[in-house]
Every structure is written in C-alpha cells, then in structure tokens.
Write a protein that binds this ligand. Structure first.
Ligand SMILES: [Cu+2]
Length: 456
C-alpha cells in the first residue's frame, strides 16, 4: 500500500499557525491510501474508535481512516485503474484508490462518517451509499440529490451510520458507463455491541460483470445482459483467492450483486443460515437454511455456518455460464456431430480449423488452445486431481484444522483421509437398470484434437 504524500503536502495544513489550525484542519483532505495489488489483504484491526471484528475483502482491502473531532474521515479517489482479473489478463477499468472494486469501508453503528470523494475520471461522477439510511442530500444521485462532482473536484459526504449491516457504494452518474467500468465498493457497518452476531471470519465480496472482447482491455459499456467476464470483486477463477477457514470457526460470507442478473451462489459441503439481507439482520427465529442463495440484482445477502467439516469445498455461481471465461460464449453445440470427411475439406480452406466438442467440451480444460493475448482460457485451473474446467465465479472454501486465528494464507490442497476419495471400480460392474428403448445403440463419436501450436 502506498500513500499520496505529494497530494497531501500540497494541502500544507500542518505548517500553519495555531490560530488557523482548526479551520485549516477542517479544510485539509485526509490521506487517500491506494492499493497496487489484487491480493487479499489481512483484516484491518481498528486502530481507533469503537472495537469490532474486521472483515476480509476477497482480493481486496479495507480503507484506512483518520479520526477528526469525533468524525471518521475517509478519502476515496475515483480514477482509471488497471485490474488484473486473473494472471494473464489485465482490464482497464474505473475504480477507487487504485483498484476496482474500491476499498471496503468499515465503520460502526453510531459512527459519524465524513467521506471525501475526489474525481480523477475523465467525466463527472457521484457516489451513492446503497442501503444506508441518510439525509436525502447525501444519497449521491447526480442531479437529484446533489450537483455532479466535476472532473478534478472533491466533494464531501457526511452522515451518521444509523444501523449495522451489509451495504455497498457505487457511482450514480452516467450509470450505465460507470457501473460497466467498475465504480463500486463494499460497506460494512459493524454492530455497536461487538458480541452481537459475532463471527470468527467474515468475508465480503461484490458480484460484478464486464464485457471485454477476447484480446482487448476495456469493457464494452453499452452491453445490457450479454456480459462475458463474471467476477467476484473484478476477479475470475483462477484469480479469485480461496476462503481460508479454521476448522471450528463461525464463518460469515457477505455478498452484494451489482450485475444485471441474479446469481444463485452455491456452497458445497455445508448447509448455512441466511443471517443478513440488505434490509438488516435476520432474527435467529427467522433465519432460513440453504445450500444455494440467490442474490437478486442490487441486493446484498450474508450467510453463516460453523466450519465443522474439513476439506476443499467449491463455492460458485450455479449458472454454469458464469463459471467460464470469455472464450466460452457463442460456441455451437457439436456433441454427436460426426466431422469425419468434412474436417479435411474445411482445413484445405482454413488451415487453423479444428474440430471440437464432438464428445463435449472437456477437451478445452485439458489442452492449451491458442488464444488471443490478454485473454483467459474459457475453462481452466488445475486441482490435485487434474483440470478443474472452471472460470468466472468459482472459488474454494478451504477448511483446515489448526490454523492460527489470523491466518488467511492459502494452505494448498486438502489431504483427504485414506478411503474417502471416489475411486475407480475394477471388478464386474453390477447391472444398471435402464428403461427399454431409451438408449440409442451403435452411435460412435470421435473427436480430433488440434495439432498443436506450430503456427503460433
Ligand atoms: Cu451467476
């Protein structure tokens, strides 16, 4: 993390005489730390103010603040950023303080917050505090609740955090463009009583989506529904960090959806309780059990579980197109199509043509198909047993015994106890009952794999 000392120095408040200090201190903007890596940062224990159990932002960070006469002051800078979506792909987005999404803002119920927003974008902007109860004029809708923040100017938002829960912030100016470019972030307001709804590990991420053509860097901003990069915190698998959990911990996962469609998020290995919505905490008697939680557009949800089952548990969006990257879209179905005879004729015309998908698409996960620069394979990643064949909104909850309280380092793959892994049957297979006539006998399909990379 680096700071903008030059920017600060320009304000020069610290050198003024005592008579001027309080006025100058009010006028001085607080530091705006920036983040230069997309790695998950350790939780930021609150150095001042009321105590709370901090959250961990997946592939993100929490914005430090300063206290000023009872106000918690934050400084967000809206600006163009370069975000690595996964190793091998950079996106040119708009974000805050060096990354998209911007840093998570954490505070406590009852806190008075003052948020400075500096606009370093090429056009005007605002920030809307999604779900927060506040004065109408602080709501951040450009033109409705305030003038737009012009290029190069800094505006101040001031309000009290009246209730705890799970919230978001995002641009509310030229929204189609500014949301499509990544101007968004997470807000967590902790309960005043640190024992209320306390958990040991509290993860947060935004669900967001971009439309970036293979080989290019900048999202297409006019896309309505046909996005191709399905992200958690502007990252796609295998770029999304695992949720590292100590066995026995009480765990909360909070999500907010700023895409244009719903996402049924499914976690393996557990059932969990839905404990927080965008409207607030769900009382114990009303918490409902799930294994998949649908997150509507513009909504936030949180669920909790006791991490009693060690293992590597997949967590992903259950829309299967959301677990693949850009190359996987608009591909014809070729299953059962016999290319023999046709392929050679096409290769005479198109030397690079390859026959794919006659047996399904799993070949794509196994091979290194030539793809454009700055583009991720449509399904990728390798696990302890081979190709994972995933992309997009996919990660792993890694529950391990004996981790330290604050240890979020990737512990590697789970070592399954002997006799607990699915295995190949080598004896005589028992008869599998099947409805008469339902099976089409005698159809053989053959796939031809591409010849390699000789032309690239
Ligand atoms: Cu989805």
């Amino acid at each position: 993390m680096s700071t903008r000392r030059n920017f600060l120095r320009a304000s020069g408040a610290a050198l003024l005489g005592s008579a001027l200090v309080s006025k100058a201190a009010q006028a001085a903007v607080p530091e705006a730390p920036i983040q230069t890596t997309p790695d998950t940062q350790p939780p930021l224990a609150p150095p001042t103010g009321r105590p709370y159990q901090p959250v961990v932002t997946l592939n993100g960070w929490t914005l430090p603040w300063r206290m000023n006469n009872g106000w918690k002051e934050f400084h967000l800078i809206a600006e163009p950023v370069r975000r690595q979506m996964a190793p091998g792909m950079i996106a040119h987005l708009w974000g805050y303080n060096g990354q998209s999404p911007g840093p998570t803002l954490e505070c406590v119920e009852g806190d008075k917050v003052r948020i400075f927003v500096t606009n370093k974008l090429p056009e005007h902007t605002t920030i809307h505090w999604h779900g927060i109860l506040l004065p109408s004029g602080m709501d951040g809708v450009g033109g409705l609740s305030q003038p737009q923040i012009p290029v190069g100017k800094t505006f101040v938002y001031e309000f009290e955090m009246k209730k705890s829960g799970t919230f978001m912030y995002h641009s509310h100016a030229d929204e189609m463009v500014q949301m499509a470019m990544g101007l968004m972030g997470f807000i967590v307001v902790h309960p005043k009583n640190p024992n209320f709804m306390r958990v040991d590990r509290d993860f947060v991420f935004l669900i967001n989506a971009f439309d970036i053509d293979p080989g290019s860097y900048t999202p297409k901003v006019a896309t309505m529904t046909d996005f191709n990069m399905w992200c958690w915190n502007s990252r796609v698998f295998p770029g999304i960090d695992p949720f590292v959990v100590r066995k026995g911990d009480r765990v909360r996962i909070r999500m907010g959806n700023l895409t244009m469609t719903n996402h049924p998020i499914h976690m393996h290995g557990y059932d969990f309780a839905v404990t927080c919505t965008d409207g607030g905490w769900v009382p114990k008697s009303a918490q409902w059990p799930e294994v998949t939680i649908d997150i509507p557009v513009g909504a936030m949800r949180a669920f909790e579980f006791d991490a009693i089952y060690p293992g590597d548990w997949a967590i992903h969006c259950h829309k299967s197109h959301h677990t693949m990257n850009a190359m996987g879209h608009n591909v014809p179905t070729m299953i059962g199509v016999d290319h023999r005879g046709v392929a050679q004729k096409i290769i005479n015309l198109v030397p690079d043509y390859m026959v794919m998908g006659e047996r399904g698409m799993a070949d794509m996960g196994e091979m290194e198909m030539p793809i454009p620069d700055n583009t991720l394979p449509m399904m990728t990643g390798t696990g302890p047993f081979g190709p994972l064949e995933m992309g997009g909104m996919f990660s792993v909850v890694k529950v391990r015994e004996g981790l330290a309280r604050d240890d979020y380092k990737d512990p590697g793959w789970y070592k399954n106890p002997p006799g607990t892994v699915a295995y190949e049957w080598t004896g005589t297979a028992p008869q599998a009952p099947r409805i008469a006539g339902a099976h089409e006998a005698g159809v053989t399909v053959r796939a031809r794999k591409p010849g390699g990379h000789s032309r690239h």
